[in-house]
Design a protein around this ligand. Sequence first.
Ligand code: HEC
Ligand code: HEC
Ligand code: HEC
Length: 433
Amino acid sequence: MNTKHSFLIESFIGLGSLLLIISALGLYILNEPVRIVQAQDEVLALQLDEAMTLYAENCAVCHGLSGEGMGATPPLNNPALLTMPYEDLYKTIARGRYQTAMPAWSIEDGGALSDYQIDELVTLILHGDWGATGDRVVNLGLAPLIPFTTEADPALLAEIGNLPDGATLQTAVTLFAANCVSCHGADGLGTGIAPALNDPVVREKTAEEITRIITFGNTGTLMAGWSNILTPEEITALVSLVQRWDEVPLGTIPAPDVPIAVTEESLALGSQLYAANCSRCHGPEGQGTPRAPSLNVRSFLTNTNDQAIQQIITSGVPGTAMPTWGDRMTEAEIQAIVGFIRQWEPTAPEVATITRPGGGGPPWRNNNSTMPNVLPNTNSSTTMSGNSAGGQTLMQSLLDWRLLLLLGVLLSIAFTLIYSGWDALRHVPKKAG
Ligand code: HEC
Ligand code: HEC
Ligand code: HEC
């Protein structure tokens, strides 16, 4: 290459770089206001993000999945609230509304939220996206039970009438099913948001103390006072239910039959958790294997509601290979699996086509009498539960084909880099010489 030529090229490069620097600087200056707005937007987005979680954890139980309100609790997605002064909204949340179920939330007033968190919640009410908030509530497994109430089992309710002072218990069971079950759970066994009342520890409390809690509530918790909703006689009946719960048969107050809410994220999580933990026994598509029954079959899905499936997964099936998952997965994770399994229902076959290495033979689910015989390890539940199951899961996810693919790509990039580095080194001495 001659010198004149190379000088021209160098000037071009110099000029080009100068132009690039000038235009970059110009763009930067022009962009500064945009950048500031973007930064503000980011802060707002962060606040809204935190507020959605706060809403899910503290407010959804009364104000509904997406701020739509529930029963007597007003909606928060109400356009009228947008014209309410900031101060008033803030005070309502911080101090609660006296003589209503709306608790005080500020730490000053015995609640659990800081001033900053209350401010974030006001921001959510004024600028939030209620659809996204609803998704957050579901993803955290905190979707409130709707309907908020359940019906007592008629046969068992009649049976309770035969107990001493049975009429009082009957009244209390009906009241509990209508007002308390959404938080304190079926048969008073508790939920993620409120403690069990059907519990020896609670039974030991004095009638006065239980009466006080139900009448006035516990400040700063979801437990509101019921004095302006229930009569003193009704509260007395509920107190005697709490104290005599051991006499009330299980199943008297069933869980509300509510389909578990799902979102795109929860279905993806459910699918991933199913693949990692359940498919080796129940088959990748829930078709069943010789180790465990099919779940993707019409009869099972129509006869078993979401609460029942959640219960089975949480507690396992004692005396079989079906492990207890409640101690290794959160409620939200188990609900995500239930949502994923429920998705099979519309296309579930009448008869399960079980994956079975030997082939042939009637599918297990459709031949109940042979069930225990086909199960190879019915009695080895102890070896299947616990950490061994977790270990196998890890191995399986390590062997996931996507991971292997990624590893392959990374390896080839590394090889290319090493090769080109070595090639460059090899050529250096030649140029110098
Ligand atoms: C235990 C049930 C319950 C919980 C939990 C609850 N609220 Fe309320 N909330 C109510 C009730 C009931 C009212 C209506 C009070 C009234 O009659 O003025 C209310 C009213 C409100 C109002 C005023 C609405 C209006 O139209 O005037 C706001 C705002 C509000 N709540 C926000 C929240 C926020 C934010 C949370 C979570 C930090 C929350 N609430 C948790 C029951 C609840
Ligand atoms: C919005 C949810 C919610 C509803 C509805 C609700 N509770 Fe509670 N309840 C709670 C929470 C949360 C606690 C625990 C409060 C605490 O931590 O001190 C509680 C505590 C209690 C306690 C004290 C338990 C103990 O271990 O000391 C009693 C008794 C009780 N509730 C009875 C009732 C009755 C009866 C009803 C229906 C009339 C009812 N609750 C409705 C949330 C609720
Ligand atoms: C080690 C094998 C094994 C694993 C892993 C396993 N299960 Fe099971 N599962 C079983 C067996 C065996 C049964 C049948 C129990 C019985 O005889 O009632 C069962 C029963 C069930 C049932 C009730 C089916 C019916 O027809 O009543 C459900 C629902 C279920 N499993 C869901 C799951 C889910 C969800 C997972 C993953 C989180 C899982 N299982 C993981 C072995 C397994």
